[in-house]
Ligand binder design. Sequence first.
Ligand code: HAM
Length: 422
Amino acid sequence: MKFQAIKGVRDILPPESALWNRVEQAARDVFGTFGFAEIRLPIFEQTELFARSVGQETDIVSKEMYSFQDHDSSISLRPEATASVVRAYIEHGMQTLPGNVKLYYMGPMFRRERPQKGRYRQFYQIGAEVLGPSDAPGIDAEVIEMLLAFFERLQLKGAVLNINSIGDKNCRPAYVELLRAELQKVREQLGADSQRRIDTNPLRVLDSKLEHEQAIIEKLPHIADHLCAECRAHYDEVKRQLALRGITYQENWRLVRGLDYYMRTTFEITAPGLGSQNAVCGGGRYDGLVELLGGQATTKGIGFAIGTDRLLLSLQESGAGEVEGGLDVYLAWFGAAAQTAAIKLARRLRDAGFVVELPAVEMKFGKSLGLADRLKARHAVILGEDELAAGVVAVKNLADGTQNKLAEQDLFSYLRASHASD
Ligand code: HAM
């Protein structure tokens, strides 16, 4: 029997894994400068946690969760992490911490979607959440600023920020009813999914990508015209705060997001090179969620999650996915005495930070140097009986073929200098 990875999941192999590390490290660095600290969360939670927060009727919960029975409780692999962050915030009494609590996380999420480019069943997110007593629009703008600073650090090209406000419990219900009434009038012209959503969640009809529904959707009432005074003021201030930071955005009245916990600010970032799955990040405000999950009603929240798989795809497509790395030194040795010296030299080179490959068995000269070439080593350092006797090493630059004999103490500075000029 030949085993294969399950449909929709994949292995991340070297050298691509080095790019993953670089991206994750950049997130740690940039988020750290904004005062965010890491939270590590469980991979599975009670199914009810996601049903309550993401919403029973959403695609994620109703169709896409990997759930299983564990004794007498139902457990699910996490399809996202905001619910877990809020659960942890409440469970650990973090509302007593000063100011807003700023957390980030990274790791795998699981959704049983139809796999395609940029859409997997095990995919990865890098996310951040701000929880606390304030819902100041400056927080929304700063979270977005941090996200864009991260993308800038990675030199992601062509990212476009879309924003919207979807109101709150004062104004949204009336808008949803208005939308439902308007949708009823055109029901017969809509596809099966949208027809169903008229009853379950009319807002999601706005998400439809079906070609023939676009003209119909364009004529529907916009939520921006139905926000209450508080939501309108909040949204206006978010936009002003973004402008203060020099952040450009597109307003997209159809950006409603597929999770139930959102209110007021929603945003998404698209990036090129991803085909139809072009949302590289989604987020928004979720002020009622802490209360919904049993915490304090006064606690507010906002955050985002980046689809790491998609971010990498976009970086690779735009040529910003190259990672420095590889082998500095292939240390070829010939003879037992040279092996002893090579073992010690390899250790000193590694202690100094060079990446060294030391053959475990003796090989013929040509074969050994051939392997050094195929491994794309920058230098071959050659230690044979002659070199040992003379107290030197031979160094061959494998890119240009130049060869030098150096005393061991000069080897380190030589390698450093040639590395710096690469
Ligand atoms: P989401 O929009 O469901 O939001 O997911 C965020 C991002 O995860 C998407 O924009 C996409 O890049 C990536 N993603 C989602 N599903 C897949 C998939 N099947 N394969 C590859 N990538 C995928 C959330 O998850 C919210 N928790 C975000 C948030 C945090 N809102 C507030 N705080």
